[in-house]
Write a protein that binds this ligand. Structure first.
Ligand SMILES: [Ca+2]
Ligand SMILES: [Ca+2]
Ligand SMILES: [Ca+2]
Ligand SMILES: [Ca+2]
Length: 622
């Protein structure tokens, strides 16, 4: 078979490179760096690191394939990202890329958010391509200490405009050669460009590599809400999901606190839809950055001690199946979970059949392997749906913790490691503050009563015979990032929608749902038609008929960037619930019914998912 042949050749090539003995041995002395690590991140995002000894010295061997274009970075002793090392500089340009000739860097002084080589080495020992923007006085890269959240050129508007156009490159980042927007579309990764669309590049030249930069293109729209970035440099994003019922609404502006958010996100209560889920969902091409990709033998995560929920020796996080493969192992019930620290991965075959375990001696914190449906070439998908169950989610599951994604092509092959930062994610839900239905306007206040309006079929919001529902809501928040002044930020640029989850035909006027035979569920995620009222705009229809997102979440927030949560901001729209029933459950009655609806907020669509949050509630059509 053709497929097998190119796969075998690709494996041979992939294995040959890291095993090659030649490479640069980079040495230096980081004053005050004891216990920290120096890591060399290649353009393809792969990395290796060395510990800094008591006397500040380190010695890091970088394979030639990586040394050609790697940048050096400091990690704290607990594995947090601590900033780039600037090797040499000229006014406002910092040179950060090593070469295969890089050897002794000498003294390196550790500063706040970055480090600086005291005396620039010989010219062939660093590359002047891929220069970063630095403060001309201090040498500090503009993104240092900020996880790259800094404006470096293009505007947030351009990413939304591009979304509207569907394709077409961004105007570029207004920097040096190589940073332009020539990488539009799904492929087109240029391994020779300092940015190229690769996860280890630095598109906005702020000194923070894309894999650790929360805003790869420097427009202040964070990656998961940025259409340009999710299509190019931010493909190794994690995504998150929280969706409680309305009575568990969690929003900074309706009284959520750090403690209540932590209690919610870390909850393991199986009876209530609480607790943070983080999804890792990658195809092989995305993981390896090689096209066609070598077939992988296994994929796993290795966390550092700053992320104790997934670090070796801890057992907090659990991992479960997904909709296509609900049974992660034969011994586990559908959607049941296992301890991630004991899970060495599984291989999923036919849909809805239990996945089979990978060998027990494979690395823990493993992924499920399944095959991609459709697509130009057969390839595997590697996924992990993880509940961190962290005791301090906001302190431990955050963007400056380095998560090492590991993969290998065979049990005996050297693993490749790609460090990534967890994408900033939505730590709260939208809060509905006003409901307009059946000719009346109702304001909602929080904390929400456990039996308040919309909490069950018996007291759903009355939509009248028109069956429309006007909602005003406060967008959800994310955690403030390093360098940001506030604890929480209200997200901009999100997509909103309302889905019809369930319909119950009432058995009379008693108010209680019939629960039995009168219950129907759409067989898809049933996004209702919505008209904008305030602060949102209609999302353009899908160019790809397979793309469900413009239907699931048809509104987009017109505020593109995040703002301090201390300022209250709302958006509003009207949902055609009656039309939704007619569309997804044709033939069902549209009066005398109760419906379960979900308000959802999402980021940009990623592979098979999106960062999402929301609240579910009931409504009725009398
Ligand atoms: Ca940036
Ligand atoms: Ca950057
Ligand atoms: Ca990034
Ligand atoms: Ca951005």
């Amino acid at each position: 078979m053709k497929t097998l042949r190119w796969t075998a050749a690709a494996i041979a090539a992939a294995v040959a490179l890291p095993v090659a003995a030649s490479g640069a041995t980079v040495t230096g002395t980081v004053k005050g760096g004891k216990g920290m690590r120096v890591t060399a991140i290649g353009l393809d995002g792969t990395a290796n690191s060395a510990k800094i000894k008591k006397n500040g010295k380190f010695s890091l061997k970088v394979p030639n394939s990586r040394a050609k274009n790697a940048t050096l970075h400091l990690l704290t002793s607990t594995g947090d990202y601590a900033g780039p090392i600037v090797i040499a500089r000229k006014k406002a340009r910092g040179y950060v890329r090593i070469t295969t000739k890089t050897t002794a860097l000498g003294t390196i002084s550790k500063k706040s958010g970055f480090a600086l080589v005291s005396t620039a080495p010989g010219k062939n020992q660093y590359s002047t391509s891929g220069a970063v923007k630095v403060n001309a006085k201090s040498g500090k890269p503009v993104g240092a200490g900020l996880l790259g959240l800094v404006r470096t050129g293009s505007t947030a508007k351009s990413s939304m405009a591009r979304e509207a156009q569907g394709t077409g490159g961004n105007g570029g980042n207004g920097g040096n050669a190589g940073s332009g927007g020539g990488f539009g579309g799904q492929q087109g990764v240029n391994p020779n460009s300092p940015c190229g669309g690769a996860v280890g590049g630095d598109c906005d030249q702020d000194g923070v590599p894309n894999s650790m930069d929360v805003d790869d293109n420097g427009n202040l729209t964070i990656d998961f809400t940025d259409a340009v970035s999710v299509d190019t440099t931010a493909k190794l994003l994690t995504y998150s999901d929280v969706r409680p019922s309305i009575q568990d609404t969690l929003n900074y502006n309706t009284g959520a606190t750090r403690d209540s958010i932590n209690a919610f996100l870390g909850s393991q209560d199986l009876k209530r839809p609480t607790g943070l889920t983080l999804a890792f969902y990658y195809d092989e091409r995305t993981l390896t950055g090689v096209e066609p990709s070598p077939a992988l033998d296994t994929v796993w995560v290795q966390c550092e001690s700053s992320a104790p929920w997934c670090a070796p020796g801890t057992s907090q996080a659990t991992v479960a199946g997904m909709s296509e493969y609900p049974q992660i192992l034969p011994s586990v019930p559908q959607f049941g979970s296992v301890n991630w620290s004991t899970y060495t991965g599984s291989v999923c075959g036919a849909r809805s059949q239990p996945c089979q375990p990978q060998p027990a001696n494979y690395p823990a914190f493993g992924f499920m392997k399944s095959s991609q449906q459709g697509g130009p070439q057969p390839q595997s998908i590697w996924t992990a749906f993880v509940k961190p169950n962290a005791t301090d989610t906001l302190g431990q599951v955050n963007s400056d913790s380095v998560i090492n994604l590991n993969y290998r092509t065979s049990p005996t092959a050297a693993p490749s490691t790609k460090p990534i930062g967890i994408s900033p994610y939505m730590v709260t839900t939208p809060a509905i503050t006003q409901v307009v239905a059946n000719g009346t306007t109702q304001s909602l206040s929080y904390p929400y009563p456990a039996d308040g309006p919309g909490t069950n079929d018996g007291n759903g919001f009355d939509l009248g015979t028109a069956g429309t529902l006007g909602l005003t809501l406060i967008p959800p928040q994310r955690l403030g990032l390093p360098g940001e002044a506030e604890q929480f930020y209200t997200l901009g640029g999100l997509f909103y929608g309302v889905t019809l989850d369930r319909l119950v035909v009432s058995s009379g006027s008693g108010g209680q749902g019939s629960g039995g035979g009168g219950e129907q569920r759409p067989n898809t995620e049933a996004g209702c038609a919505i008209t904008p009222v305030s602060g949102v705009t209609q999302r353009p229809p899908a160019t790809d008929p397979q793309d469900p997102w413009p239907i699931i979440a048809p509104m987009q927030d017109t505020t593109p960037t995040d703002g301090p949560a201390t300022t209250v901001r709302t958006v509003g729209f009207t949902v055609d619930v009656k039309g939704c029933i007619q569309k997804y459950l044709p033939g069902s009655p549209t009066s005398g019914v109760s419906v379960s609806l979900s308000l959802i907020a999402t980021g940009q669509p990623l592979q098979n998912g999106a960062n999402r949050t929301g609240v579910s509630f009931s409504a009725r059509l009398p």
